[in-house]
Design a protein around this ligand. Structure first.
Ligand SMILES: [Zn+2]
Length: 530
């Protein structure tokens, strides 16, 4: 089918065009007199390449839309109230899963809830509420009971059962200790996974997203995740391109998985494996990011090393054997430094597979230079500034904070950088994320001059990092990420032109229509209706 979008303001490499012709999912021309089966009148609005989130968790977004959401909790009392209400609304659930609380947003005191608080919600059903970061959670006494966690239970590798003065676990769970307790819950079924993906794709396509690099696939769920997505693709229900940043921590299992799947014909430009994703540390908010010096606001800790360097190397080499890059979650400066060394050791010269670092938050100039020198791709989440600009100096000190979240310097040093949101850690809204990159302010507009204002990027740079550079990360820049002839017709129609509104107003721009592969996936005003 041929489609024309006319009466539009279309940003292309060859300047602004006014109509775009699309056939079989690809762009075939601009400003041509063409007949088409479908005509879309954009009413003079701005058309840009579709947003491509280069690191998120699509399945978790769907799950988040299906469990108790705790983002709004402003106190521990709120958490208790929301939990009680959820039980009243869902009397048949035999266990309660929630996510999204953040003690730094509490208006009374920034204290994490413990099992005693959750016991007030319910004593006879297990409850686990994960913090917004996903690296910390809290369980009630029933959940600890069922999981067999007592005073005598040793901490699992890479995790901590936080304890009171008497050594009794208080319900707070760090890293693998969280997984240890969550393993009491029944595994989600393939049908549930399919439903979560459907919900998540509806949600993100309404935000203008046409592609995601997503970390949903693990050793324990790969059959179900790939099964669900292959079925959705076959049924024409894939509303966004799904590129897997998959996680495997066992060499043999990884090798077997890649033998079976890496070159599978089931994969396409809409759905495929793109990178092995491993974790070197936790999060800054939870003080589990791995730092070279003890935390400025808690000298007893330097964070948590979640996977030894040697292990990351051997897993990365297996991915390389199958022609896939390694990307590593590294937030603290120690984690970033070690990840650079690991990649320098295993990558071929010039980094042709485009291995990279996800988050790359706490850095000094030397680390930024090394990242560029080794040509490592950097996956940034500018929306993290909304929260982190208020805590980073407390966590790591003023000096290191000043060279962290160095979006502009890292680009100017020559590294490829792409943007994303790590949703559901943050909302996947690309316009809010672009606003943070361009203004360096939180969503309330603070600080007025922006945090480290020299690190502001231009609107053009920010948009490129949300489309072209995301495609670059997965070696698809020849056909994805730009409005250009021969490229996939992945695009958005926006209410306002981000190049023309005040930077502060970028976050308020509305997505009016989203198109992926030439198909309309979201249409707020009925542009595509005949
Ligand atoms: Zn993530």
């Amino acid at each position: 089918m041929k489609t024309i979008i006319k009466n539009a303001k279309i940003y292309t490499l060859q300047g602004i065009k006014h109509s775009i012709t699309i056939e079989d999912g690809k762009i075939i021309g601009f400003d041509e007199a063409q007949r088409a089966e479908q005509q879309i009148d954009a009413q003079g609005k701005t058309v840009l390449a579709g947003f491509h989130d280069s690191h998120m968790h699509l399945l978790s977004i769907g799950r988040m839309l299906s469990i108790l959401r705790l983002q709004e909790a402003k106190s521990i009392d709120d958490i208790v109230r929301l939990g009680r209400q959820y039980i009243l609304d869902n009397p048949n659930k035999d266990h309660i899963i929630g996510r999204g609380w953040n003690q730094d947003y509490f208006t009374d005191a920034p204290v994490m809830p413990t099992k005693d608080d959750l016991d007030k919600i319910c004593a006879d059903k297990p409850i686990v509420f994960t913090r917004v970061c996903g690296h910390i959670g809290v369980a009630n006494s029933k959940a600890l009971d069922v999981a067999g966690v007592t005073k005598d239970t040793p901490n699992p590798n890479g995790g901590v059962f936080v304890r009171d003065a008497n050594g009794i676990p208080n319900g707070i769970l760090h890293e693998t200790a969280l997984g240890y307790v969550q393993s009491i819950f029944p595994e989600i079924s393939e049908a549930e996974i399919e439903e979560y993906f459907r919900k998540a794709m509806d949600y993100v396509s309404a935000l203008g997203i046409t592609a995601v690099q997503t970390n949903d696939l693990f050793e324990y769920n790969h059959d179900k995740v790939l099964g669900a997505l292959n079925r959705l693709e076959k049924n024409g229900e894939l509303k966004v391109r799904v590129f897997h940043q998959f996680t495997y921590e066992n060499e043999q299992a990884l090798d077997m998985f890649l033998e079976e799947w890496a070159s599978s014909e089931l994969f396409s430009d809409r759905h495929r494996l793109v990178a092995l994703k491993l974790f070197k540390d936790g999060s800054l908010g939870a003080r589990t990011a791995l730092t070279r010096k003890p935390y400025n606001d808690d000298p007893t800790t330097c964070g948590v090393d979640t996977l030894p360097d040697e292990k990351i190397k051997s897993l990365g080499l297996i991915a390389k054997k199958h022609n896939l890059p390694l990307i590593v979650h590294a937030i603290g400066d120690w984690a970033v430094a070690h990840t650079i060394d690991i990649m320098a050791a295993i990558n071929d010269a010039g980094n042709p597979l485009r291995s990279g670092i996800v988050h790359h938050q706490i850095t000094d100039l030397d680390l930024l230079k090394k990242t560029a020198e080794h040509n490592l791709h950097v996956f940034y989440q500018p929306i993290f500034l909304h929260y982190d600009l208020h805590i980073v100096a407390d966590r790591v000190g003023k000096e290191l904070a000043a060279t962290s979240y160095a979006f502009k310097t890292q680009m100017d040093l020559g590294a490829h950088t792409s943007y994303g949101t790590d949703a559901p850690i943050e909302d996947p809204n690309p316009l809010e994320c672009l606003y943070c990159a361009v203004t360096r302010k939180d969503l309330k507009g603070n600080p007025p001059e922006g945090f480290m204002p020299l690190e502001k990027v231009t609107v053009a740079e920010a948009l490129s990092n949300y489309s072209e550079e995301s495609a670059y990360a997965i070696r698809m820049e020849d056909r994805l990420g730009r409005l250009d002839i021969g490229h996939y017709a992945d695009l958005v129609i926006l209410s306002d032109d981000p190049y023309e509104v005040k930077p502060d107003d970028i976050k308020d721009i509305q997505v009016l229509m989203t198109m992926m592969n030439g198909e309309v996936t979201f249409d707020k005003l009925g542009f595509a209706e005949p």
